[in-house]
Design a binder for this molecule. Structure first.
Ligand code: HEC
Length: 446
């Protein structure tokens, strides 16, 4: 995954802060979308299986309603799923630049699983509809026999597709999310950065398991709230009283149970966090998330008690708020855990910047006469002692007021004193010679 590093440019600290905000924003889009996708697909599969066993029409209808709930168009799968995933991957690549931790690569891998999952999920959706259409054709008296035969052939392949594609879609989606959670955790655990066994640490990590389960629970809860909201606002569903009752029941009960279990996982996710990721902000966001989720469970309870759906839309907003706090939780642990790396990258940027400035001649190179003396002259000259060359205190007074002559001598030494050998040319540039002369003339008197 080193190729990712090639797309990374050193960034200033300001840019990196902006980058972290953008990652939080991407998470705010990705988590709700992926939650609805997981929740609706899982419930859809459960009720499709049930309807196959008990031939319950409501179950069948619900299953189809569920899969249509999140797969409204393909652009959403790219815009709300893939795009945030890729931007998070590039953000992580930037943040972990120069550290060999392949977290960004794992997120990229997760997005490949995601794309495969989306293909299966849409196949599931289309074969669902196809099967109903073909089923209607085969049962229609007025349709020609050959077309019926053709339909029944495609009906059985649609059935086969339906059986497998939904399951594969869900399995791939879960792998994608697991990898994603693991990679993000790797980013917030600096103690693992030198371990080398990144993949093992990512897969077999309590933190990944807890984070993953937290997302799954959240997915079920959020989907339940969304189901309630959709059935509450749809006249078509309300008009079929039995079906409406069934959906309502399922949504409310699932929502209540999940919103009671979820706080446990929110607390657990803090307990398994690396100590290097803890901060006051993290605890504050955790408390806020807990508070919102408890409020959600109260609303679910009130709606069950009063047998109405008055709080349906508030529920959806509250879930979005809960996502916000959970994402901010993740953001602050990322922020805390990468502090050192952040400082390192910022310093690296300064170096990079001054190298660039030098390359384009934007930087004035300050020549230090003392440095040149210490580097090039000190081996043969001291101010008050004779070494290979004469002491400066003896030779410099004659140059008093004749700076240019001394510069000329140093740039091009000539034989002067028979007691000494000739001074070898030191290969200085004119500006360097001037600097060292200024240094010598101002120093020798002291
Ligand atoms: C390898 C030894 C060597 C190094 C290095 C060297 N010098 Fe000299 N320098 C000499 C010798 C030998 C003389 C005497 C030359 C003579 O009198 O002909 C001399 C003479 C001088 C004098 C006196 C000139 C005069 O008019 O009498 C100055 C001033 C001087 N060096 C400056 C420098 C400076 C500045 C540097 C560093 C950039 C430097 N030297 C590096 C060996 C050295």
């Amino acid at each position: 995954m080193e190729f990712l590093d090639k797309y990374v440019l050193p960034q200033s600290a300001h840019h990196m802060i902006l980058l972290k905000y953008l990652m939080a924003l991407a998470l705010l889009i990705f988590i709700p979308y992926i939650s609805l996708l997981i929740g609706s697909l899982t419930f859809s599969l459960i009720f499709k299986n049930k309807s196959a066993k008990n031939n319950n029409a409501a179950h069948y209808k619900f299953s189809k309603f569920l899969i249509d709930l999140t797969t409204f168009n393909k652009v959403s799968a790219l815009g709300l799923g893939l795009a945030p995933l890729l931007s998070i991957s590039f953000g992580v690549a930037q943040l972990l630049h120069l550290s060999d931790v392949p977290a960004a690569g794992y997120i990229l891998l997760s997005s490949i699983f995601y794309i495969a999952a989306i293909i299966f999920i849409y196949t599931f959706k289309y074969s669902f509809h196809l099967r109903d259409i073909l089923g209607a054709v085969t049962e229609n008296e007025n349709i020609k026999e050959e077309i019926k035969e053709e339909s029944s052939f495609y009906l059985s392949s649609a059935n086969k597709l339906l059986r497998k594609s939904g399951f594969f879609g869900l399995a791939l989606l879960l792998v994608s999310v697991y990898l994603f959670v693991g990679a993000l955790n790797l980013t917030t655990r600096p103690e693992l950065w030198d371990s080398g066994n990144y993949f093992i640490n990512l897969i077999f990590s309590l933190q990944t398991v807890v984070g993953f389960l937290q997302i799954i629970l959240f997915a079920f809860g959020f989907t339940a709230a969304f189901i309630i909201y959709r059935s509450y606002s749809s006249e078509a569903i309300k008009s079929d009283e039995k079906y409406f009752d069934f959906i309502k029941n399922f949504g409310l009960k699932t929502g209540l149970i999940i919103s009671i279990i979820l706080p446990l996982f929110i607390i657990l996710s803090i307990l398994v966090k690396s100590s290097q990721a803890l901060s006051y902000n993290l605890f504050a966001y955790t408390l806020l998330a807990l508070f919102v989720v408890m409020f959600i469970s109260v609303l679910f309870y009130l709606m069950i008690r009063d047998a109405q759906l008055r709080y349906a839309s508030s529920l959806v907003y509250l879930f979005v708020l809960a996502v916000f706090f959970v994402v901010m939780q993740e953001y602050s642990s990322l922020d805390t855990a990468t502090k050192k790396q952040f400082a390192f990258l910022a310093a690296n940027y300064d170096e990079y910047k001054s190298a660039l400035e030098e390359e384009y001649g934007l930087k004035k190179v300050v020549i230090n006469g003392a440095d040149i003396y210490n580097g090039k002259c000190i081996a043969c000259h001291q101010f008050d002692k004779k070494l290979v060359g004469p002491p400066y205190n003896e030779t410099l007074p004659k140059y008093e007021g004749k700076r240019e002559e001394l510069v000329k001598f140093i740039l091009n030494p000539v034989k002067i004193n028979p007691d000494y050998p000739a001074m070898p040319n030191q290969g200085l540039k004119p500006a360097e010679a001037e600097a060292v002369v200024d240094y010598l003339l101002s120093t020798y008197k002291k």
